[in-house]
Design a protein around this ligand. Structure first.
Ligand SMILES: Nc1nc2c(ncn2[C@@H]2O[C@H](COP(=O)(O)OP(=O)(O)OP(=O)(O)O)[C@@H](O)[C@H]2O)c(=O)[nH]1
Length: 472
């Protein structure tokens, strides 16, 4: 993920401060300077960094702190809050005042942005997201500027089974937009999405066209789509769009890329609007709801346990959770449990994203480009386990896995004996770890404080995950 390096640098700065025996003005000053440098390197606008620095200094008054106050915690909290504020200029405004499409009420949402920012792709992702929530969307292509935009949107819409409106012949985007909105209103669509041409801030005529489109269709929401790799130029561009149309929300795309990303995230301040989604790939489902606090927690390696729990609950069926818990409470970590765990892990989504939700892990620790390799390894182990007998899968005695059994598994799965041996060694290592952490009986509200304590707190959990990470 972009920004992983930024998150890593900020958490290191905070960690270095925490490691000092005394936190005085000099240590605090060094920590803030380190954070400033990290933000600058990530392309965050200088003025925003200066404001953030001043705000943190105002909040943290080391001299005025009574004895007993934890200076570390106060500084960490101030950095966290200011990062959230920087990434969400609407912090403090009630979310109930934001626009959300609703079922049974027709809304028009217009997408604007620079050429190639990912508008067309994002329109379909947005429509698909709400379609899954039970709304009836309709897509209108009001991009008459780029040849191919019509076909691209039509193709995406057809794939997602979303009604589509556009024209090869008509060159007036305002006419197409008005007709499309009318058509979908007649068809009782809940969410009418307008895709517009990409434009650059220097293109006055295209900006005028965008204003006319907005006036003619009166959208309930204008979404500004921004490419995360745009860097420092993002601020000026975002400002130009905000001055021309009433931008109400932002979607940042290509967060899966290698760009620094700080420029686009901080440019959100120029729109005075909040980020609602992140695009994390070219495919329809590579689209995440953006929530600033969990995002910053993940960025700083503080974890996002609620997000992780959501994924676990989605991936492991509720009826299987109780059985798994029962087995773990008896200290029986079998190969079948390992198989089921791998199966759930693969269903949870990209491994690096799952790790970034764990406290102490930042996306930086799972380097980009290794996820596929990790996933392949897990799949390889699962294929080998598919060639095992029930007796082998359900035994918690590693001694059962003798040479002749391993040779049979290798033949059956098409892998080498040494690869089967590697998988069995991995199992033994995991079984040893799990033996140390017998789960309490009763309700399996995973990672409750009680369970966390059994893991040896956050530190213990990190050790386990580090070991799991070695497999991945
Ligand atoms: N990796 C990645 N690629 C994306 C993402 N969103 C869009 N793209 C790709 O970015 C390229 C441009 O996307 P489009 O949707 O055509 O962009 P556009 O803003 O509609 O382009 P114009 O119509 O020319 O303004 C395409 O190749 C998309 O597949 C994303 O989140 N991640």
């Amino acid at each position: 993920m972009v920004l992983a390096q930024l998150g890593g640098s900020i958490s290191r700065a905070l960690q270095n401060m925490s490691n000092s025996t005394v936190i005085d003005e000099a240590v605090f000053h060094d920590c803030l300077n380190e954070i400033n440098r990290a933000l600058l390197q990530a392309d965050v606008q200088f003025e925003l960094i200066r404001n953030m620095h001043a705000n943190i200094k105002n909040i943290v008054n080391l001299d005025g702190l009574a004895a007993g106050h934890s200076k570390r915690k106060i500084i960490q909290q101030a950095v966290f809050d200011e990062l959230c504020k920087m990434l969400d200029p609407t912090t403090g405004i009630k979310s109930s005042s934001f626009f959300f499409p609703k079922k049974g009420k027709t809304s028009v949402v217009m997408f604007v942005g620079l050429q190639g920012s990912g508008k067309t792709t994002t329109c379909t992702k947005y429509a698909h997201y709400y379609q899954k929530k039970g709304l009836k969307p309709g897509l209108v292509c009001a991009d008459t500027f780029r040849a191919g935009a019509f076909d691209q949107l039509k193709q995406n819409a057809t794939k997602a089974k979303i009604p589509f409106y556009g024209s090869y012949m008509e060159s007036d985007p305002v006419k197409i937009a008005v007709e499309g909105v009318e058509r979908f209103k007649e068809e009782n669509c809940d969410l009418i999405i307008l895709d517009t041409s990409g434009r650059h801030k220097q293109e006055a005529a295209l900006f005028e066209e965008m204003r006319q489109l907005s006036e003619a269709t009166k959208p309930d929401l204008v979404i500004f789509v921004m490419d995360s790799s745009i860097g420092q130029a993002a601020f000026g561009q975002a400002q130009a769009f905000k001055q021309s149309v009433a931008v109400g929300a932002v979607i940042i795309t290509k967060m899966d890329g290698h760009a620094k990303g700080g420029g686009s995230l901080s440019a959100v301040a120029a729109t005075k609007s909040h980020v609602i989604f992140l695009g994390t790939g070219e495919h329809m489902d590579e689209f995440e709801v953006f929530e600033v606090r969990p995002f910053v927690r993940r960025l700083l390696g503080m974890g996002d346990l609620s997000g992780l729990m959501d994924r676990i609950h989605k991936a492991v069926p509720v009826d299987q959770q109780a059985e798994l818990h029962q087995k773990l409470s008896e200290g029986n970590f079998t190969l079948r449990i390992m198989y089921d765990q791998f199966h759930s892990l693969l269903k949870m989504g990209p491994i690096n994203e799952v790790f970034s939700m764990l406290p102490g892990f930042s996306a930086e620790l799972m380097p980009k480009g290794r996820e596929k390799e990790s996933q392949m390894k897990v799949k390889r182990y699962m294929t080998m386990m598919d060639s095992m007998t029930n007796e082998e899968l359900d035994s918690s005695s590693p001694k059962l896995m003798n040479e002749s059994r391993m040779m049979r598994i290798a033949r059956g799965s098409g892998y080498q004996v040494r690869e089967v041996l590697e998988m069995v060694e991995e199992y033994k290592r995991l079984a040893n770890i799990w033996k140390r952490f017998k789960m309490p009986k009763g309700n399996m509200s995973a990672l409750s404080p009680q369970i966390l304590k059994q893991f040896g707190g956050i530190g213990g959990l990190q050790t386990i995950m580090k070991n799991v990470r070695r497999i991945c």
